[in-house]
Each structure stands twice: as structure tokens, then as C-alpha cells.
Design a protein around this ligand. Structure first.
Ligand code: SDX
Length: 413
């Protein structure tokens, strides 16, 4: 095929779309959402305000934020049929496989069941500014963000054999999520301290973690959402595909892999032997390295600070000693320095989730919940693009056999 060439492995240097949403400068460790530095947003904004910014492109006014917040929280509850859906899983099913399926399940409610919500006409009309179509699109977005916490909490509670909890109104997004989880942290006196309301320090920590995980331009899962969305299914099905991609240990599953790695190392004295095994490619240093950041992941510095605030409430996790020894040793070791490997967003986040009492396999779920916002922001941007939606159908370089005739079974050797 003339003119075709294979993109660099893993799309190393391939831009698949033009975007106005998130900017990353990997050489200088810069991350901005719609132009606002992540450090300022983490310090001064809130997750739902950042969600509005990522989706609509501007910081909301007070009334816009209040409307967006009430719409998202209003769409949190889910039809009681969903309980039967979750109860169909084995009690020990990985919560990420439950969540991936649950998003597709939602599509059966709001996708095919109502053809006007999907397909060419909706997106064509929305792209032309049709108010009803735009309102439809927004409602899908409110449902996805609002129900992400409910589905995640259901996947959590089903594992514990505990009933699902509907949060009281008037709570923030992160607070109502923690309330639905009602998880017993290692120091479960926290709930008594705050009359069974989630501890304010943990709520704030989760809100900041959600801001940091909300979007990251064309990472594997966002690309998957757009690849799927380009054939115009309902957005729930596109998000289900993105959730499956985030599950992998090279992507959102890394925060779970980091804790398993730290537990297997056991103590700071075993760090040198572990790093030697990594150099021999017998082990992977999870939580280190990044496709784009070649100096540092700015999110990791912010998360490191949040960890200290959480530990002040929950008690310090002894794994932190191993994590810090591993962090310091790797950053001084030429093998990692020469490969420009530094801690990424997943290196510290697992320690916080562990301190907050979450089981390890729930950590990637805590990545999915905020990343739904980035996924829907990119999905909406693609659906509304003036040039319209073009199905993503790449080509290949064919290296297989040239033409040959069929050989009947009896003649084959
Ligand atoms: C996330 O894309 C995003 O933006 C993702 C994310 C987001 O917000 O969406 O930031 C979230 O997924 C963060 C990354 C979480 N994953 C991990 O922590 C898993 C461990 N990291 C590696 O698997 C790896 O660094 C990746 C997958 C993150 C990046 O892989 P690349 O860009 O394909 O890098 P590479 O494999 O080409 O590595 C270059 C070199 C290689 O050595 P050589 O073969 O050239 O000798 O660095 C080595 C790699 O072997 N290397 C590592 C390593 N990561 C890369 N060696 C040991 N440990 C590692 N973690």
C-alpha cells in the first residue's frame, strides 16, 4: 500500500485528534486542564468544578456550578434492577470487571432502549447546536458522572455482603461516595468521631485525588473511549470500553500493582535486591515511568503531600518506609535515571487508598470514577467537532502470505 507506514510502537509519536482540553509538557512535568495548572486546581478548586471546566471549557459561575452539581448528584441513584445485576457476580469477582460490565449494563437503560439517544441523528443535531440534542447529551454526561460512584460503591458493597446505601442529600460528590462505601477504615473510630459521616480530611483527600485523576489527554483508556465512540454507540458503551482499558496493570491497574509490589518487597532492606531484579527484567517497578512525562509526573508531588495529611488521621502505614526507600534508591540509580523513569500518579495513590481502608483490588475503581469525567469530556468534544464524527479505522502494513489456492483436507500432509 503506497504511502502507508506503521505508527511508532504504541503510537509513540502519533496524534490521533486535535484537542482543547488537557495539555501535558512531558519534558518539563507540566499538566494543565483547559490552561489552568494542575497545582492551582488541586489547591483551590473542587472535583465537580474541575469536571465542569474539563467538559465545558470554562470555570463555572456559582449558578452554573450549583446546577451542574445538583444534576450530577440527582442522577446518582440507579434502578433497583441493578442490584440483581451485581448479585449475579461471584462474591469475589474483581470490582473492575463488575464496573466495566456495569457501564455497558447502563447502556441498556439509556442507550439502545431509546434509539434517539444514540446514532447519527443525535450527534448531527447536537453538533449543529440543537438544544434538545445538546440537553440529551448533557443528561448522558450527568448520568455517567453521577452513577459512576453508585456503581463503584455497589461493586464494593457486594464484595462485603452488605446492603447498598443511598447517601443523604446535601453531601459533596466525594463525601456521598465515601458515605455509600461506608467502609470501615483501619481506625474505624473515625466514623463515630463524625457521627457516621465520612471524615472531612479523607473527603478532602479524595476530592483532590479525583481532581488529579480526572483527565490526562490521550492516555490508553481515553483513546479507547474515542475509538469506540467513533462508531456512534451510546456513551455508556464507549465508557465501558475505556474502563476495560484502564483495568490493565500498565495503566490504571498500576496503583494496585504498586501495593502488591511494596508488600512483596517487605521492607527497606530488600529494596536493593528488588531493583536488581527489575534491571534483569524479572520484575517491574510499578508506579514508575510514563509515556509522556520524562522528568516527573507533577501529580505525584501533590499526591505525596496528600498522603501525609491522610496518614495524620489514619495512622502511618509502615509500607511508606519501603515506598520511600524504593523511591529514593530508584531516583539515584543510573538504570532508571538513564531511562528517564520517575514516580507517576500511581506510585503514592495506592498507599492513600490502603490507609483509607480500601482493599487493593478496589484501587483501580478509584481511578475510574474521576476518569469518567475526562472520558466524557473527550467524547463530547469529538461528538461536537465541527468536522463531524469520522469512524476511527486505521490501516495496517500486510506482511502475511501472498495469494495461494485452497488445499483439500485429504491432500494436506
Ligand atoms: C498511568 O498515559 C497516561 O497518561 C497514563 C496515566 C493517566 O493519567 O492516564 O498517566 C496513568 O497509566 C500511569 C502509568 C502507570 N503504569 C505503571 O506504573 C506501570 C509501570 N510503568 C511501565 O509499564 C511504563 O513505564 C509505562 C507503561 C508507564 C510506559 O511505557 P512506555 O512509554 O512504553 O515506555 P517503555 O516501555 O518504552 O520504557 C522505556 C524503557 C524500557 O527500557 P529499554 O527496553 O529501553 O531498556 O524504560 C523501561 C523499559 O523497559 N521501563 C521500565 C519501567 N517503565 C519503563 N523499567 C522498569 N520499570 C518500569 N516501570
Amino acid at each position: 500500500e503506497r504511502g502507508l507506514r506503521v505508527a511508532d510502537r504504541g503510537f509513540l509519536n502519533t496524534a490521533v485528534i486535535e484537542s482543547h482540553i488537557t495539555y501535558i509538557d512531558g519534558d518539563n512535568g507540566v499538566l494543565r486542564y483547559r490552561g489552568y495548572p494542575i497545582e492551582q486546581l488541586a489547591e483551590r478548586s473542587s472535583f465537580l468544578e474541575v469536571s465542569y471546566l474539563l467538559i465545558y471549557g470554562a470555570l463555572p459561575s456559582a449558578s452554573q456550578l450549583s446546577h451542574f452539581t445538583s444534576e450530577v448528584l440527582l442522577h446518582g441513584p440507579i434502578h433497583s434492577d441493578a442490584e440483581g445485576f451485581f448479585r449475579a457476580f461471584r462474591y469475589d469477582a474483581h470490582p473492575m470487571s463488575m464496573l466495566t460490565s456495569a457501564f455497558a449494563y447502563l447502556g441498556s437503560y439509556y442507550g439502545e432502549a431509546n434509539p434517539s439517544l444514540q446514532g447519527q441523528d443525535l450527534f448531527t443535531k447536537a453538533a449543529k447546536g440543537d438544544p434538545a440534542a445538546l440537553q440529551n447529551m448533557d443528561r448522558q454526561i450527568f448520568r455517567l458522572i453521577g452513577k459512576a460512584t453508585t456503581l463503584a460503591a455497589m461493586a464494593y458493597r457486594i464484595r462485603q455482603g452488605r446492603d447498598f446505601v443511598v447517601p443523604p442529600t446535601g453531601m459533596s460528590y466525594a463525601e456521598s461516595f465515601l458515605y455509600q462505601l461506608d467502609h470501615l477504615s483501619p481506625t474505624d473510630h473515625l466514623s463515630e468521631l463524625h457521627s457516621n459521616k465520612p471524615h472531612p480530611v479523607l473527603v478532602k483527600a479524595l476530592d483532590i485525588l479525583f481532581i488529579l485523576h480526572a483527565d490526562h489527554e490521550m492516555n490508553a483508556s481515553s483513546t479507547t473511549v474515542l475509538q469506540t465512540g467513533s462508531s456512534l454507540p451510546d456513551p455508556f458503551s464507549a465508557v465501558a470500553a475505556g474502563c476495560a482499558s484502564l483495568y490493565g496493570p500498565l495503566h490504571g491497574g498500576a496503583n494496585e500493582a504498586v501495593i502488591r509490589m511494596l508488600v512483596s518487597i517487605g521492607s527497606p532492606k530488600n529494596v536493593p535486591a528488588f531493583l536488581e531484579a527489575v534491571k534483569k527484567r524479572q520484575k517491574v517497578l510499578s508506579g514508575f515511568g510514563h509515556r509522556v512525562y520524562k522528568t516527573s509526573d507533577p501529580r505525584s508531588f501533590i499526591i505525596r503531600k496528600v498522603a501525609d495529611e491522610v496518614f495524620a488521621v489514619t495512622g502511618r502505614d509502615p509500607l511508606l518506609d519501603t515506598a520511600m526507600a524504593l523511591h529514593d534508591a530508584a531516583l539515584k540509580d543510573d538504570y532508571f535515571v538513564s531511562r528517564k523513569l520517575a514516580p507517576n500518579v500511581d506510585f503514592w495513590s495506592g498507599l492513600i487508598y490502603r490507609a483509607m481502608g480500601f482493599p487493593m483490588d478496589f484501587f483501580p475503581v478509584l481511578f475510574v470514577v474521576p476518569r469518567v469525567v475526562g472520558w466524557v469530556a473527550h467524547w463530547r468534544q469529538m461528538m461536537l467537532s465541527p468536522s463531524g464524527v469520522k469512524i476511527w479505522r486505521p490501516r495496517q502494513l500486510y506482511l502475511g502470505p501472498s495469494t495461494r489456492d485452497y488445499v483439500p483436507l485429504e491432500e494436506r500432509t
